[in-house]
Design a protein around this ligand. Structure first.
Ligand SMILES: Cc1cc2nc3c(=O)[nH]c(=O)nc-3n(C[C@H](O)[C@H](O)[C@H](O)COP(=O)(O)O)c2cc1C
Length: 179
């Protein structure tokens, strides 16, 4: 299986990255190939609304660090995406990345991606109530579902680091293992 993991927190050992690493650990133990993208280390723009992807039926033509991502996305079986919660929703870095997926729909807004991929979303927030921002995370979940992806979401909340939450760590590991 081909898996893409996209990290977006600037905190290398932060909560979202720690959970993503557990998922990767489980997946690699099963012999799956995981390609990691760390958005905070990459240079890329938000969508430029050039619509070349619509007019010419291609993936994004911007020549930046997301250049090789589109082909990896097309052929991946599983997508693991993580974002810290900034100001109630996903971070700016993550939103700019998601906006670039405009190119994955054709002019009629049908998906260009092969269907039936799996996606795992990982979010981390300071507010301990996991339902508090759920509707904002649902926006990302809903978008991925328009590509016929089966989506699972893990939320870390509060001020105890994710690595101290044995249940959450096990959940991440088992999710990776189950792929
Ligand atoms: C710029 C910024 C804005 C934040 N805004 C919120 C917020 O609106 N609600 C919240 O619950 N936590 C907020 N937080 C806290 C982070 O979501 C929280 O610390 C999270 O665990 C960080 O994830 P990470 O460890 O993966 O980087 C904010 C943190 C930063 C740096």
């Amino acid at each position: 299986m081909k898996i893409i993991a996209v990290k977006s927190s600037p905190r290398k050992n932060g909560n979202t990255n720690t959970i993503i690493d557990k998922i990767i650990e489980g997946a690699r133990e099963n012999g799956h190939l995981v390609r990691v993208y760390d958005l905070n280390e990459m240079n890329y723009k938000g969508c430029q609304a050039c619509r070349v992807c619509k007019e010419k039926g291609v993936y994004c033509i911007i020549n930046d660090d997301l250049k090789d991502y589109w082909d990896k996305l097309r052929t991946a079986d599983v997508l693991v995406l993580g974002s810290p919660n900034y100001m109630g929703t996903v971070s700016g870095l993550f939103k700019s990345f998601i906006d670039r997926h405009y190119c994955t729909k054709d002019i009629k807004m049908n998906s260009k991606l092969p269907p039936n991929k799996k996606a795992i979303l990982v979010f981390s927030q300071g507010v301990s109530d996991k339902t508090y921002y759920k509707s904002n995370y649902d926006v990302i979940e809903k978008y991925l579902k328009t590509h016929q992806m089966e989506v699972q979401t893990i939320i870390h909340s509060g001020h105890v680091h994710a690595r101290e939450d044995k249940e959450l760590m096990e959940k991440g590991y088992q999710l990776g293992k189950s792929l």
